[in-house]
Design a protein. Structure first.
Lengths: 181, 214
């Protein structure tokens, strides 16, 4: 039971580093394969491509991993500070990640990179929000409307009468003594 | 110096070193070194730039293209610049529209996020909730496989001709953990609370109703 209810937060950083590395590795391999093929000498195309992929795609993976790890760390810090999880967290942490990873290039580059990071994250979050909101209706227009929910049972039965007003008397005259009859 | 002048006759003084101290090969080497030293410009404190000192971002941002000299080149540059500016303006416009739509979504009265924010504030400021869960209460939505808990579960429906939205989220404090359920209803075009209550996950359940406008 403990396994299912534990907090995701510190462990999520490792997950994110790994998945970001994998993403960067795959994407970098595809990207570098094109460049390697184009730049290799004639007759050595495949060898050149393979070498380029071997040497460069891991670097891309590492850069992605740095981004992902930094992002997740900041996100977890924000969750711990704000005690709330919502899209603002990820937008802010995207911006901070961009700024912190470009910290050696000076404030100008940092600002640009921060803006880029937060805009990208805002877009990702926004697309997620919009899809959850609109996709259900758009995918299947023939589906029945969402069913009406009953009131939760733990709320109990609320008496329809306002307290202190006797429904048996006309005009809802307050009696002062509730439910005498 | 006097002794040197005495040693060599007039006109051959320059070659004094050559003739008296150094062998011809040594002299040639020496004079070449001297000339090279004279020709070398004073060492300027330029910033050494190589791959390790320049970040990738810097290379992208701080790069200058050579200016075209021919007419066709200039025209091509102008055309490309115009296209780029148009693309940038279109992109900025698109992002602006997107952000506008998103902000509308996010801050709309009936968006699950807005209801979650308001309900969480109510729960946090409620004394009884602080008794049940602890002084500082965290709120979050449903957890995904990747450890994100940003999605707030919600259900929109219509009952008795009224639009309603029910929102469910989790609350957690130092002392315990629970679920909060809230429902809002659109009455006369305005979204109002229908109910808001929190429930402990421990057994027996503690239920605390904050709002009940049914």
């Amino acid at each position: 039971m403990e396994e299912y209810t534990r907090e995701p937060c510190p462990y999520r950083i490792g997950d994110d580093i790994g998945s970001a590395f994998a993403m960067g590795l795959v994407g970098g391999s595809i990207f570098q394969a094109f460049g390697g093929y184009k730049n290799a000498a004639k007759g050595k195309k495949l060898v050149g491509m393979m070498r380029e992929v071997r040497m460069r795609s891991t670097l891309t993976g590492v850069q992605f991993a740095a981004w992902g790890g930094m992002f997740s760390t900041i996100d977890c810090c924000l969750v711990a500070i704000r005690k709330k999880e919502d899209p603002i967290n990820s937008i802010v942490s995207g911006g901070l990640t961009g700024a912190l990873l470009a910290i050696r290039s000076g404030p100008k580059v940092m600002a640009g990179s921060a803006l880029l990071g937060s805009v990208i994250l805002a877009m990702i979050e926004g697309v997620g929000l919009v899809t959850t909101r609109w996709m259900g209706a758009m995918m299947d227009p023939t589906q029945p409307p969402p069913e009406a929910l009953d009131d939760p049972r733990s709320l109990g039965q609320k008496s329809q009468a306002e307290p202190g007003i006797d429904q048996t008397r006309p005009f809802g005259i307050p009696t002062g003594l509730p439910n005498l009859s | 110096m006097a002794s040197l002048r005495k040693l060599c006759p007039l006109g051959t003084r320059q070659n004094a070193l050559k003739s008296w101290i150094l062998t011809p090969a040594q002299f040639r080497h020496f004079s070449r070194t001297m000339i090279a030293l004279e020709k070398t410009p004073a060492p300027q404190p330029t910033k050494q730039e190589h791959a390790l000192q320049k970040s990738v971002l810097e290379e992208i941002y701080v790069r200058e293209k050579p200016k075209p000299t021919t007419f066709s080149g200039k025209v091509a540059e102008k055309a490309s610049n115009t296209f780029m500016y148009t693309a940038v303006i279109a992109g900025v416009g698109l992002i602006g529209a997107f952000i506008y739509v998103l902000a509308g979504e996010f801050f709309a009265q009936d968006s699950p996020q807005a209801i979650f924010n308001k309900a969480l504030d109510l729960v946090r400021n409620d004394g009884r909730c602080q008794d049940i869960f602890g002084a500082s209460i965290a709120g979050f939505g449903e957890e995904t496989a990747r450890g994100r808990r940003r999605h707030v579960a919600h259900h929109k429906y219509e009952k008795d001709g009224m639009q309603r939205i029910r929102v469910l989220f989790h609350v957690k404090g130092d002392r315990g953990e629970g679920i909060a359920q809230a429902e809002m209803e659109q009455r006369d075009g305005d979204w109002q609370w229908r109910f808001l209550y929190v429930e402990d996950k421990k057994r027996p359940k503690t239920t605390h109703v904050l709002i009940d406008n049914r």
